[in-house]
Design a protein around this ligand. Structure first.
Ligand SMILES: *Cc1c(COP(=O)(O)O)cnc(C)c1O
Length: 246
């Protein structure tokens, strides 16, 4: 059974790797410029272990409780853990115990909470991406729709980035987005990612070392790589379709 799952993951991973490589070739970029982050949410630690055996080195989770347990179960593996979900300030202490990167930093209050948690833990600096919600672009109709998936409005990203660079224990990695389902970029991932890359360029005035761009998932990794993404976050295409969203 484990063997069958290992074979399935290997085949899926090979297909994704081929897509990433082809997208890099098309964009005239080196394959090493793009890091594949495999999003393992809802899948068990055994799958993470199999993926590590297949050469995966970066994994992502979006819920602290699940992530903490999985990271503990996989502590012996040479993995970097990325946290990509909406994050409450009261979870900061837990997240800094296992996360190397947080992709969902979207407000100054969260910056403060992460900074205190890192300092108290006495750990290595936490790399932070400022998450940008392009559906909150100024003037966008329905910008306040729905419960929201997190992210700072584009006009607020620089303030969050500046807070990260000034916060002890934190390093500004760059910017992150999820292709919007509403607003001016709905159904236009290429345009959304181009906008994100422009914002990344602006933020490099705040911190020239913040060169990372986290964009692209199973359905739009090609558009993200074409736009300049350095990190693609791929779940479904590697692990399979997740059970209904919780
Ligand atoms: C789940 C998730 C992904 C992966 O999405 P897939 O479509 O399964 O590849 C990427 N980024 C974030 C923030 C996610 O929550």
């Amino acid at each position: 059974m484990n063997g069958a799952r290992a074979a399935e993951l290997a085949a899926n991973l090979a297909r994704v790797e081929e897509r990433v490589t082809r997208a890099c070739v098309t964009a005239g970029r080196a394959r090493e410029e793009v890091t594949l982050v495999v999003v393992t949410k809802t899948y068990p630690a055994e799958d993470v272990r199999l993926l590590a055996g297949l050469g995966v080195r970066h994994v992502a989770e979006n819920r602290d409780q699940e992530a903490a347990a999985k990271a503990a179960a996989c502590a012996d593996l040479p993995l970097k853990w990325h946290f990509v979900g909406q994050l409450q300030t009261n979870k900061a202490r837990s997240v800094v115990r296992y996360a190397d990167y947080v992709h969902s930093v979207d407000r100054v209050r969260l910056v403060s909470a992460l900074s205190s948690a890192v300092v108290n833990a006495g750990r290595a600096p936490l790399k932070c991406f400022v998450q940008v919600a392009l559906e909150k672009e100024e003037g966008a109709a329905g910008a306040e729709d729905g419960p929201g998936r997190g992210g700072a409005p584009p006009g607020g990203a620089a303030a969050v980035a500046a807070a990260v660079t000034e916060a002890p224990g934190l390093e500004l990695a760059g910017v992150m987005t999820v292709a919007p389902l509403s607003g001016p970029y709905a159904g236009a991932p290429a345009a959304a990612f181009a906008r994100l890359v422009n914002l990344a360029r602006d933020l490099r005035r705040v911190d020239p070392a913040a060169t990372m761009v986290s964009a692209g998932m199973s359905g739009d990794l090609e558009e993200a790589i074409a736009a300049g993404a350095t990190h693609v976050r791929v779940g479904t295409a590697v692990l399979g379709v997740r059970p209904a969203l919780r």
